[in-house]
Design a protein around this ligand. Structure first.
Ligand SMILES: [Zn+2]
Length: 219
């Protein structure tokens, strides 16, 4: 079984004008979905802080409401906050623009209540971009950011899986990648292998992490 992978052809064919998948300045940008989590998010933040790397956290509004202090910490440490909907619905291709807009608006409000900041980027659950989602994102002036490298951390079921996933990620990562991770235990194993590589571009030429990104929700 393999964990880390690039998106399939249908996703890669979506024009970057609609869905961005690459980081600015050719650096590697780390993204963490589905948080905040009371245990895993602080551990992720500790590692990023120690490495001097900033990331984007695509948070779920319902979890933001449960852990507002954690979201405050994410912003205070210089990371960007992105919208990952209020309830993480698995949209069908015919998802309506009105219901999608409600999901996105509710998450925007949850983040604003916790931090005073309004996300400017959005990532749909499972990376699915039905037309109704694209219309809703445009309506709310949210830039859609998916990924170019999925670590597969969400499929890990053991520490051995996580170690394998981390090794695959380090081998695959390239300059300009937007890397998909989650606020979970496997992400920590990936970070432990990946951050030293990103901190030392000479060991892997051109591969360097984003640093010092704004907290307002853009990369
Ligand atoms: Zn998600």
């Amino acid at each position: 079984m393999r964990f880390a992978a690039r998106p399939g052809l249908p996703r890669r064919l979506l024009p970057e004008a609609l869905v961005r998948r690459h980081a600015t300045a050719g650096r590697v940008h780390l993204t963490f979905d589905d948080g905040p989590h009371p245990v895993h998010t602080p551990a992720v933040l500790d590692r990023l802080r120690a490495a001097g790397v900033t990331a984007t956290f695509f948070v779920i509004g319902g979890r933001v409401a449960e852990h507002p202090r954690l979201v405050e910490r994410i912003a205070a440490e210089g990371h960007a906050l992105g919208n990952h909907t209020m309830t993480h619905p698995a949209w069908k291709p015919w998802a309506g623009v009105a219901s999608v807009t409600r999901e996105l608006r509710a998450c925007q409000a949850a983040v604003a209540n916790a931090t005073g900041l309004t996300p400017r980027v959005v990532r749909p659950p499972l990376g699915r971009v039905p037309p109704g989602f694209l219309m809703a994102a445009r309506r709310l002036s949210l830039e859609v950011l998916n990924w170019s490298l999925d670590t597969g951390d969400w499929r890990c079921r053991s520490s051995a899986d996580a170690e394998q996933c981390a090794g695959e990620t380090v081998r695959l990562v390239r300059p300009g990648d937007v890397v998909l991770l989650h606020d979970g235990p496997a992400a920590l194993a990936v970070l432990d292998q990946l951050l030293p590589v990103l901190a030392c571009p000479s060991s892997s030429p051109g591969v360097e992490a984003s640093r010092g990104g704004p907290a307002s929700g853009i990369l």
